[in-house]
Design a protein around this ligand. Structure first.
Ligand SMILES: *[C@@H]1O[C@H](CO)[C@@H](O)[C@H](O)[C@H]1NC(C)=O
Ligand SMILES: *[C@@H]1O[C@H](CO)[C@@H](O)[C@H](O)[C@H]1NC(C)=O
Ligand SMILES: *[C@@H]1O[C@H](CO)[C@@H](O)[C@H](O)[C@H]1NC(C)=O
Ligand SMILES: *[C@@H]1O[C@H](CO)[C@@H](O)[C@H](O)[C@H]1NC(C)=O
Ligand SMILES: *[C@@H]1O[C@H](CO)[C@@H](O)[C@H](O)[C@H]1NC(C)=O
Length: 674
């Protein structure tokens, strides 16, 4: 029997009306309402929620780590049945295009619920770590979640889920406009208004959720249809409304209109009456970065002042938890889980060893997800605090050419970083593999473009400038489809933070260090571009930037390429293993770009945005730069490198491990140069 047929609805309506006493009419009025805009709406607001002059309900603005709530001022009576129907129009306008935090939820809860003690970030302003999951919550929430939180079993970073008393959804689906003939995915953070319909019919114990772009009909088929018995959740009297939160990254969360009914289908909204969404004023990243660092600095100050002392005894599974870590919302793995997933950090699970520590392969037992666990040993407490703050923001970075950080775990003197496992290992292993098949040119060129776009994202497209500081083939990992993914970003900072202020450490790898970096010790986006230049030459020529090959002239790769370029035979520098099979145009471009990026003057190097334009053929490279470049303008300071002790090179540069990092002090470099 189809319960959604109009005749049955009518019958139910009549039956319900028959049960109502005359005084029930007013109650019924309050059990059903419609707001086409919220100018005159009776709502109870808290947190950052406010009603803007044109009637737009703004749950959160771009303030970070905030919550906002808006609940209908009158309780709704569910004493005559648990069925309800509601529809609303929302929009999420992220501060920075395509990067969001965190989401909106439609919520039903007991009237006295005080959501002000709920957490921000992934808790969506609904619950906190201590009450998540309690049956006494009596909370039903339909979440529109824009962040992937593995600890809540999230399916992705763009889903709608049904939550009962806890944030792990009992049912979830990627957001899509789904109907008989369409199945088109929608992006929650597109900034575009969308309409949601939620219908619960007690007769069938069925919860249906639909979503569609504003202006389209209610889809006939639900995106989510889940049998639920709400009798243990919903009490006789409940409040209905919305909750929303932001995290380290914030979105404006808006509700444009809302209709709710306890009897039959919620009345349709009048789209022409809905308020419009203000244009996103894209803030300059410097101010965004500043406020994030202010938050981080003030949090660190608070904890430096309170001077918490940690004197826990070391036990097998012991970890270090600090309250301030919760703030960042980065997923924490338990040491026990990581220990088990890697078979107790067995040598057989070892993927690589490097300057930062060992990397192990693991499989999370519950989800069968493959992970790579990096054990970083560290003993400076101050450095660790700043570093975890940084890791937390790094965990929010999302780019298809970055190795995704899934979470972390802290122990005494030890930090464990959990990453997506990359089945094809590091690029240098394939690049320098002697036997065929290695990587063909098309694959290499795709990897170059991927890594370039990841660097552009780190440098210019995120809210803070993130310097990678150690770009090289061995830090580029390959996923199952041989896409290049940049790993280990920001890790070099750990050594920066922990550095003794009396000595300047230069972090990076010889051959990729820009000359001004070895002089001043100050990393910039230009020093990253320099390293990227060496990386380009490395891929095109199939050899490392510095290799002791008999003659001193052959030591520096960049010199060899420059010589060839000057004699008009630059293609001769290409990797002999390619057997001449490459696009001459692309090869020429990559070699030339590699030279340009390796220019000794930072001002002459292109930005990553220009690099991408050159690679995409959208702009042509300046000829002049290379023409006027005199002898010795390229690469690291030649003299210094020629006299660099080879024993030092072989330990720092020639290590073929996936994560080798050379930490050299200025002093030792200068000594080598004299
Ligand atoms: C967000 O709203 C709060 C409360 O109304 C206000 O104090 C804050 O300045 C706003 N933040 C931004 C970024 O507009
Ligand atoms: C945001 O994402 C959309 C589609 O995913 C894409 O077309 C657009 O270029 C992206 N914008 C930026 C600034 O990355
Ligand atoms: C968590 O929320 C509950 C219920 O709102 C509240 O009683 C409790 O104090 C909160 N806990 C924290 C740590 O804020
Ligand atoms: C819509 O399509 C996607 C991928 O094409 C699929 O994963 C999803 O299950 C489909 N949704 C429904 C409700 O069928
Ligand atoms: C829902 O559960 C309650 C108690 O758990 C039960 O009494 C009731 O019959 C159930 N409703 C339906 C429609 O199955």
């Amino acid at each position: 029997m189809d319960t959604s047929s109009p005749s049955l609805h009518l019958l139910l309506l009549v039956l319900l009306c028959l049960r109502l006493d005359p005084t029930g009419a007013a109650a019924q009025q309050k059990n059903q309402f419609i707001f086409n805009g919220f100018k005159e709406a009776k709502l109870h607001l808290d947190g950052n929620a406010k009603i803007l002059p044109d009637g737009l309900l703004q749950l959160t603005n771009t303030s970070k780590h905030k919550i906002g709530h808006a609940f209908y001022s009158f309780p709704i009576s569910f004493s005559d049945g648990l069925s309800f129907s509601t529809t609303f129009v929302f929009a999420m306008v992220p501060e920075i295009e395509n990067i969001s935090g965190h989401g909106i939820a439609f919520a039903i809860s007991p009237p006295a619920t005080d959501f002000r003690t709920a957490n921000t970030n992934q808790y969506l302003g609904l619950l906190n770590a201590s009450d998540d999951g309690l049956s006494s919550n009596h909370l039903l929430a339909i979440e529109l979640d824009t962040i992937f939180n593995p600890e809540f079993g999230d399916i992705d970073d763009n889903h709608v889920g049904i939550d009962l008393n806890k944030l792990s959804s009992i049912a979830a689906a990627s957001v899509a406009y789904y109907d008989e003939r369409v199945n088109r995915s929608l992006k929650l953070i597109s900034g575009k208004p969308m309409q949601v319909w939620i219908d619960y019919r007690e007769v069938r114990n069925l919860m249906d959720v639909r979503i569609a772009p504003l202006g389209t009909q209610k889809p006939n088929r639900p995106l989510l249809s889940k049998p639920i018995n709400l009798s243990s959740i919903i009490l006789n009297s409940m409040q209905v409304g919305f909750s929303s939160s932001t995290g380290a990254i914030a979105s404006n969360h808006y509700i444009l209109g809302w209709s709710f009914s306890k009897t039959g289908e919620a009345q349709s909204l009048e789209i022409s009456k809905l308020p419009s969404i203000p244009k996103n004023r894209k803030r300059n990243w410097t101010t965004g970065g500043l406020s994030v660092s202010l938050i981080i600095v003030s949090v660190l100050l608070v904890f430096a002042v309170t001077g918490v002392v940690y004197s826990l005894r070391r036990k097998k599974y012991e970890e270090i938890h600090e309250d301030w870590e919760r703030q960042y919302g980065t997923h924490r793995f338990s040491y026990k889980d990581l220990y088990r997933s890697t078979n107790g950090f067995k040598e057989t699970e070892l993927l690589g060893v490097g300057g930062f520590g060992k990397v192990y392969k693991g499989i999370i037992r519950s989800s069968k997800q493959q992970i790579a666990v990096k054990k970083v040993s560290h003993d400076s407490k101050q450095g660790m605090k700043e570093f975890v703050a940084e890791i937390a923001s790094i965990g929010r970075l999302r780019h298809r050419n970055l190795v995704q950080l899934l979470g972390y775990c802290r122990r005494r003197g030890e930090l464990l970083l959990v990453y997506d496992f990359m089945p094809n290992g590091s690029l240098d292993k394939l690049l320098f593999k002697k036997q065929k098949p290695g990587l063909n040119w098309a694959q290499r060129f795709r990897i170059i473009k991927g890594v370039a776009s990841a660097l552009l994202y780190l440098h210019e497209e995120w809210e803070q400038v993130v310097l990678h500081r150690d770009i090289k083939a061995s830090n580029v990992l390959l996923d199952a489809d041989l896409n290049g993914r940049l790993g280990d970003f920001g890790l070099a900072r750990l050594y920066d933070h922990g550095a003794n202020p009396d000595t300047t450490h230069v972090v990076g790898t010889v051959g990729y260090l820009a000359p001004e970096l070895t002089r001043t010790g100050k990393a910039t986006t230009s020093t990253d571009v320099f390293a990227f230049g060496s990386f380009l030459l490395e891929i095109a020529c199939g050899r490392r930037p510095i290799e002791p090959r008999g003659t001193p002239e052959a030591l520096l790769l960049v010199d060899g390429v420059l010589e060839k370029w000057k004699s008009g035979v630059v293609l001769e520098a290409s990797d002999p293993n390619l057997g001449g099979e490459y696009s001459e145009e692309e090869m020429g471009l990559v070699l030339k770009l590699g030279l340009l990026c390796s220019h000794s003057s930072p001002a002459a190097r292109p930005s990553m945005r220009q690099v991408l334009q050159y690679l995409g053929g959208d702009a042509s490279m300046p000829e002049v730069m290379l023409d006027t470049a005199g002898e010795g303008s390229f690469g690291v300071d030649n003299k210094m490198c020629y006299e660099f002790p080879l024993s030092c090179l072989s330990s720092n540069v020639m290590s073929s491990s996936a994560i080798s990092v050379a930490t050299i002090t200025n002093e030792s470099l200068l000594k080598g140069g004299r």
